[in-house]
Ligand binder design. Structure first.
Ligand code: PHB
Length: 386
């Protein structure tokens, strides 16, 4: 009897300050992102976006002051399980935010699932994270690799091209981007005649570019990102292919990279859930405040980081600051319309954004909006049982 009473009193003593946000323990956010390697700038943009939203909320989420614990995951899946376990078991973070690389994110999803830790994925598109590995405590503020690929497959088929070669890194992101492209392109009457690959994060493209020239397809579809994308786009133009074989890409290939790609990127068509010239009011204020804070233009990664923090804010407000109340967290996020700079979106039952995929074209230093390639596109969430 006594035990029950003491427990109740103790529970009230914790719950009251949590609810009011006074004296509540800090909210430990574990940022597991790449800060070195080919995806380093992507990790930084995600962190910038995340911090911007938190700063706009006075540094607090659901009344709890945010404290960051950071790990450089180096986009290395072989170190990912150790890295995420450090955040969960040594640092006792309340929520995991990461990562960029699909292989790393899958290791994070496994640990999140096994330990019941909240996970918000602010980039990595691994289809499995909101497919066969889907879970009530796992959310994504970005996309599946399938989504931009599928949208581009429809665009290229509608242009009337028949034979396409694909080229990408050999890992989940490249494979799944190509699979999405192929699904829509072949449904639309085209054929992927050759799938070229190189290991991540290699950038020795010459032999593969020679093979493209010899194959003479109607067009090429590609996925690269970060430093690798800069080199690929330059090498494609440098090999003289840009003039003869049109290049289509998942939008990551030209997002956050245009300064470095220069003229080699000009005119490229890409598909993505963000563009530089959207007429979304939330985007205008976001871009202004991002540019003011960081002296940089935001890109898709910054938006995804910002929206990861928004998702955390929505869920944790409903859970009254208590990360243990995962049912309340999930219910609130599942019914929310997330007011993103990309345009408002909702999450699917598998917790992946249902969103417009834009067709963009590189004009000057911008990924200019051309139109909506695929309206409210939902990933099929194959294998998700939830
Ligand atoms: C991924 O590994 O899922 C990935 C990485 C970089 C991107 C997009 C997807 O820009």
């Amino acid at each position: 009897m006594n035990f029950v009473r003491i427990t109740l009193v103790a529970a009230c003593a914790i719950a009251a300050p949590l609810a009011m946000g006074q004296g509540a323990p800090k909210l430990k956010v574990g940022l597991m992102l790449p800060y070195t390697g080919t995806y380093a700038s992507l990790g930084t943009a995600i962190e910038n976006g995340f911090r911007l939203y938190v700063t706009e909320q006075g540094g607090k989420i659901a009344g709890r002051e945010v404290e960051y614990v950071k790990v450089d995951d180096e986009s290395d899946p072989s170190k990912a399980t150790d890295n995420v376990n450090k955040l969960v078991k040594r640092d006792h973070v309340d929520v995991l935010v990461g990562s960029v690389h699909s292989g790393v994110a899958m290791a994070m999803a496994k640990v999140a699932k096994d330990t019941g830790t909240l996970l918000i994925v602010p980039n990595a598109g691994a289809d499995a994270v909101t497919g066969s590995m889907c879970a009530p405590n796992i959310f994504r503020s970005s996309f599946t690799n399938w989504q931009p690929g599928y949208a581009m497959g429809e665009v290229v088929a509608k242009k009337g091209y028949k034979k396409v070669v694909t080229i990408t890194w050999k890992y989940a992101a490249g494979d799944e981007s190509v699979r999405g492209f192929k699904e829509a392109f072949e449904k639309g009457g085209g054929q992927v005649v050759k799938e070229l690959n190189l290991p991540f994060p290699n950038v020795e493209f010459q032999a593969l570019l020679t093979e493209i020239a010899a194959t003479k397809p109607d067009a090429v579809y590609t996925f690269f990102a970060g430093g690798g994308a800069v080199k690929f786009v330059k090498d494609y133009a440098g090999a003289g292919l840009k003039k003869t074989i049109p290049l289509y890409a998942a939008g990551f290939t030209t997002d956050g990279t245009l300064e470095a790609q220069g003229e080699a990127a000009s005119g490229l068509f890409t598909t993505l859930h963000y563009a530089d010239s959207l007429s979304v009011p939330r985007d205008a204020t976001f871009r202004l405040s991002y540019a003011k804070t960081y002296k940089l233009q935001p890109d898709v990664y910054a938006v995804q980081g910002y929206d990861a923090a928004q998702i955390l804010g929505i869920g944790l407000a409903a859970a009254k600051g208590d990360t243990g109340k995962q049912a309340e967290f999930a219910a609130a996020v599942e019914k929310a319309r997330i007011d993103s700079p990309r345009g408002a979106f909702t999450l699917s039952r598998a917790h992946n954004p249902v969103q417009d995929i834009y067709l963009r074209q590189v004009v000057g230093k911008e990924n200019k909006l051309i139109g909506v390639a695929s309206k409210a596109l939902a990933d099929p969430a194959r294998g998700c049982k939830m």
